[in-house]
Design a protein around this ligand. Structure first.
Ligand code: ADP
Ligand code: MG
Length: 401
């Protein structure tokens, strides 16, 4: 498999040009509407600072949440404009609309080195519907379109896909390029000592990734709730643990292939179980020769499993990690995930982290800086790792033809 290689902002002249950047400012908000994690805004600076230094006229755009075509005030990008302005140390003009006369006026008046941010693209239903009309309005007066929204590239939306038909030039931003390069390493000629760690809630999310990596990885270490679907598929009792019965046949197939010329799938040997997902609940260590009690669910990998997985990790030359191996948000069930995070951080391996919650977990463990790459895309990174073409990248490549 060859990694996609779209042209970037470095390959086109941008001085004095009107450049529309599709960012991923889909930031987490608390109930009061405050931004709780700046990662995605900080990650946008690489491209934006380059464009501004080159003297481009920069128009930023993004979606935030799922307003479904309705103007939900809680999902305005105004707070993002404020943060971006602080980080760039210059004014970020904010009009409060996505397209139309008001926007066009500010767009026209924009001087080289000036920057504006459009309102939440999903306030318009046409964005998600991938409509020509909306894409045309976004493209008005634009010389160069830059896709830097890796986290949204798995969506064929107007600002990601259709827009590329109506602009003279369409290129990748530096963040998108970095994501493609980092995640491609996990698929293309990885070293023999390649270990994949998969956890999280749903098997359904991750089966396509497991399938695509079976022929590439040496070990696939499974944790999180998805481990219980695999264990139950093998006939092991898992109490009240979350399982997805419809995936039993697929799990059995994968387990049959395990180790036979493909990756060896490892499942947890012991567990931390409890009756409820609550902070101060009594927990039960479920040993190797026991099964999870009928009234309990598995909420973390046990100590033996964490040790075994850590040993395997310590011998790796490349590690891909997607999905925490337990309910790491609650300290009682975070032990396994924290130990895995430390083990990954201690290796000299190339370490690639995919998924929003896994990024939060390495942050909680205090080892985020030690990772080679922490992806900003959740769903997009899963689809990429499953080997699916991402519409946003495909659109850039077909514009080049
Ligand atoms: P990512 O965002 O990194 O892709 P996921 O969204 O797939 O990860 O999964 C993260 C979630 O999985 C976390 O909220 C965590 O609490 C949950 N989780 C992990 N292990 C279990 C478990 N055994 N039972 C229930 N939830 C779990
Ligand atoms: Mg998640």
């Amino acid at each position: 498999m060859n990694s996609p290689n779209p042209r970037t902002v470095y390959d086109v002249p941008v001085r004095g040009k009107r450049v529309l950047v599709r960012n991923d400012f889909n930031v987490p908000l608390d109930t009061a509407g405050n931004i709780t994690d700046m990662t995605r805004i900080s990650a946008s600076l690489l491209t934006l600072e380059y464009l501004l230094a080159q003297g481009a006229r920069v128009i930023c755009s993004s979606h935030l949440g799922r307003p479904k075509g309705i103007l939900k005030p809680g999902l305005s990008l105004q707070p993002v404009a404020r943060q971006l302005s602080k980080l760039l140390n210059r004014e970020v003009k904010f009009v409060g609309e996505t397209v139309g006369k008001k926007v066009d006026k500010v767009k026209e008046a924009l001087e080289p080195g000036e920057i504006m941010l459009l309102e939440n693209l999903r306030y318009s239903a046409e964005e998600v519907e991938n409509r020509d009309g909306f894409a045309r309005k976004l493209a008005r007066d634009i010389d160069v379109y830059v896709n830097d929204a890796f986290g949204a590239c798995h969506r064929a939306h107007a600002s990601i896909d259709r827009i590329t038909r109506f602009v003279p030039q369409a290129v990748a931003g530096l963040l998108l390029k970095e994501e493609i390069e980092a995640l491609s390493q996990a698929l293309e000629n990885p070293p023999a000592e390649y270990v994949v760690i998969l956890g999280g809630v749903k098997v359904s999310d991750k089966i396509p990734v497991i399938r695509n990596l079976m022929s590439r990885a040496r070990d696939i270490l499974i944790g999180g709730a998805m481990a219980y679907t695999f264990l139950k598929a093998r006939g092991i009792e898992v109490g009240q643990s979350r399982v997805e019965e419809e995936f039993f046949p697929l799990c059995r197939d994968l387990l049959d292939q395990s180790g036979r010329g493909s990756a060896r799938i490892r499942l947890p040997l012991d567990h931390v179980a409890a009756q409820k997902i609550e902070p101060d609940i009594t927990v039960r260590q479920v040993g190797e020769d026991e099964t999870i009690p009928e009234n309990m669910m598995g909420l973390d990998i046990g100590i033996r499993t964490a040790d075994l997985y850590s040993q395997i990790i310590s011998r790796a030359k490349m590690i891909l990690w997607n999905g925490p191996v337990g309910v790491f948000e609650i300290d009682t069930f975070s032990g396994g995930t924290m130990e895995i995070a430390r083990a990954v951080a201690e290796t000299d391996a190339v370490t690639i982290i995919g998924g929003g919650d896994t990024a939060a977990a390495v942050q909680k463990a205090g080892v985020k800086q030690k990772m080679t790459h922490v992806s900003t895309g959740g769903g997009a990174s899963l689809e990429f790792l499953a080997g699916k073409p991402l519409p946003g990248i495909t659109a850039l490549l077909s514009q080049e033809d």
